[in-house]
Write a new protein. Structure first.
Length: 255
């Protein structure tokens, strides 16, 4: 078993580092920048994506980040237990990113302000049926004992275009429907397909057909798709309450 680990407190491999150049308070043309602007920009680069292979089965979970009775970070405690069980180095408590490997399974933990995410990567793919996912290689206790409630849950398959030459027909057969969404990412070497619907296990399914994108491009695409889904749902968390209040306000106005 081999383990590697990185956190933002440690020197990261050059492939994971994205530097944000310093910016002045006032630009040469007289534009005044927000004082916290650099801090906000740096936050967007605090969790560099990990290079991903093709083919691969990936599962990404995003959950609320609860605290214990004494204010302890339960998501971080869970990460500590996973690292200790595999013999991987434990990150510093303020880390926003931590990655380690156990056997063929890669695990990436990311801390956001209002939630945290776990990404499991299995660098192999038997077929496109989603009968086997990255969770097949994850110890069941890691899933049973995760803190918080899961907001976003997605199974992803990175599929080599050389094996499945017709992405749309393959996706249609896999999803069992024609009304799925598909996009060629940035007009580039990836075709991304999803039906945006939870399946019997509660997970969304997404297929990424690689047409020679490279591991770095794949890593960025998977991270961005995961963040889009998480923030899309997080932004709607207040919607049910807003609807209830709207109905109550309407009822009061009719008095």
């Amino acid at each position: 078993m081999t383990e590697t680990s990185h956190s933002v407190s440690d020197p990261l491999p050059s492939s994971l580092v994205t530097e944000t150049p310093s910016t002045p308070d006032v630009s040469p043309v007289g534009v005044r920048f927000l004082q916290q602007r650099r801090e906000l920009i740096n936050e967007a680069h605090a969790r560099p994506p990990m290079a991903l292979p093709c083919p691969a089965a990936i599962t990404r979970l995003t959950a609320t980040a609860p605290t214990g009775p004494d204010g302890e970070d339960l998501a971080f405690k869970h990460l500590q237990r996973m690292c200790e069980e595999t013999g991987a180095p434990v990150p510093r408590e303020q880390a926003k990113l931590h990655a380690f490997e156990t056997g063929a399974l890669k695990v990436v933990w990311e801390r956001h302000t209002e939630f945290y995410s776990l990404t499991f990567v299995r660098p192999e793919l038997t077929d496109t049926s989603f009968q086997e996912t990255a969770l097949t290689s994850v110890p069941p206790a890691w899933l049973r004992e995760h803190p918080g409630e899961v907001l976003s849950a997605t199974h992803l398959l990175i599929v080599p275009d050389t094996v499945y030459s017709d992405p749309f027909e393959t996706a249609r057969k896999t999803f069992g429907r024609d009304d799925f969404a598909a996009s060629k990412a940035g007009g580039g070497p990836l075709v991304i397909c999803t039906d945006f619907r939870p399946h019997a296990d509660g997970f969304l399914r997404m297929m990424i057909f690689d047409q020679g994108a490279g591991e770095g491009y794949l890593g960025r695409a998977v991270q961005r798709m995961g963040e889009i889904d998480a923030y899309r749902l997080a932004a709607r968390m207040a919607l049910p309450g807003a609807r209830r209040l709207t109905q109550e306000l309407y009822r009061l106005e009719q008095r």
